[in-house]
Design a protein around this ligand. Structure first.
Ligand code: SF4
Ligand code: SF4
Length: 251
């Protein structure tokens, strides 16, 4: 017992200072993509050819859909003119799917809930996690938020076992046909008013599974979604930033 206590004292305070202090991200972290359409030559289509999810498109100018992007970085590496690069901006969450479509350097971040929902959930939000066919990476980066490092409960956000005790759902995975009914029933079991958060490229667009006949290409064809958090998987800080932004706990 004494040894355990000494070990705990030696470990000291382990919880990250975010959002009061900027997070420490890994050196190879790829955040919000930045597009420089003026550098893109008219006849080049290299980024479109290498993108595994057709997230990059080019009509008049290059666009990049963060809801489809796997953040592999291949488009930026292959671009011969530096028209795509990845910043270290981890603040990726958006309120509308259309806001995830990048056309230039502008990006509309997630908005805070309306006054009444903020009053209800701003200081206490219980979520039921629904893993709808994900590869377990989005689930792992969500689960890690409950550890001492991120300490999600200090913000009043907790995961609960039953949707009947929840204020909303946090959905991961592309929603295969065999999870559709389970997702619908889980959503119905959450008392109104309720929130839905889609985490990861799969839950937003189907991700690498998009277009497969057994997949519903994400959550919002089945249930209404209030917050989209892109990534494959999103960094835990990106998920935390999105949740706090939705609740109006950060600007
Ligand atoms: S980083 Fe995203 S947009 Fe670029 S190639 Fe990979 S999946 Fe496609
Ligand atoms: S978005 Fe990527 S990490 Fe998340 S479940 Fe899909 S494949 Fe896995």
């Amino acid at each position: 017992m004494i040894r355990a206590l000494l070990a705990r004292i030696q470990q000291k305070h382990r919880t990250v200072g975010f959002p009061k202090t900027e997070p420490t991200l890994p050196p190879d972290f790829l955040g919000r993509p930045e597009l420089f359409p003026q550098r893109c030559s008219a006849d080049c289509r290299r980024c479109i050819e290498v993108c595994p999810t057709s997230a990059v498109q080019k009509k008049d100018a290059v666009t990049l859909d963060m809801g489809r992007c796997l953040f592999c970085g291949q488009c930026a590496r292959e671009c011969p003119s530096g028209a795509i690069r990845f910043s270290r901006d981890y603040r990726l969450a958006a309120s509308a799917k259309a806001d995830l479509l990048l056309k230039g350097e502008e990006y509309k971040r997630a908005a805070t809930l309306g006054k009444e929902l903020k009053r209800l959930f701003g200081r206490s939000l219980k979520l039921r996690q629904v893993s709808a066919g994900g590869c377990n990476a989005c689930e792992a980066d969500t689960n890690v938020l409950t550890t001492v490092v991120f300490d999600l409960s200090r913000f009043g956000i907790q995961f609960v076992a039953s949707p009947r005790h929840a204020d909303g759902l946090l959905i991961t995975g592309p929603v295969p046909e065999n999870m559709k009914l389970a997702l619908e029933k889980t959503y119905q079991a959450v008392p109104a008013p309720k929130l839905v958060i889609a985490v990861g490229s799969c839950a937003i667009s189907g991700g690498p599974f998009a277009g497969h006949p057994e997949v519903h290409n994400g959550a919002d064809g089945i249930v209404p979604v209030d917050l989209y958090i892109p990534g494959c998987p999103p960094h835990p800080i990106t998920i935390l930033d999105g949740l706090l932004r939705l609740l109006g706990r950060i600007d």
